[in-house]
Design a protein around this ligand. Structure first.
Ligand SMILES: [Zn+2]
Length: 76
């Protein structure tokens, strides 16, 4: 049985990335992808899954995006 820890939702994930629901490759989550393109693309050439924003919102993309926003506050 798979054991999962729920201490922090983003545990083990780099900032600005989420896992492809199809192949589990890392997908970069950027403002451009979310706000301009409205979709995220898996960079795995075999997979090529495209996550549209409404799908991505149900994944970890939004938490990744919040981290990006926090980073931009530090810069600006
Ligand atoms: Zn994929």
């Amino acid at each position: 049985m798979k054991h999962t820890t729920l201490k922090t939702r983003d545990q083990g994930k780099a900032n600005g990335e989420m896992s492809c629901p199809n192949c589990e490759s890392a997908i970069a989550v950027t403002f451009q992808a979310l706000l301009v393109d409205g979709k995220l693309k898996c960079k795995n050439p075999i997979c090529r899954t495209v996550l549209h924003l409404n799908q991505a919102q149900s994944q970890s993309a939004m938490s990744a995006m919040r981290k990006l926003q926090d980073g931009l506050k530090d810069i600006g």
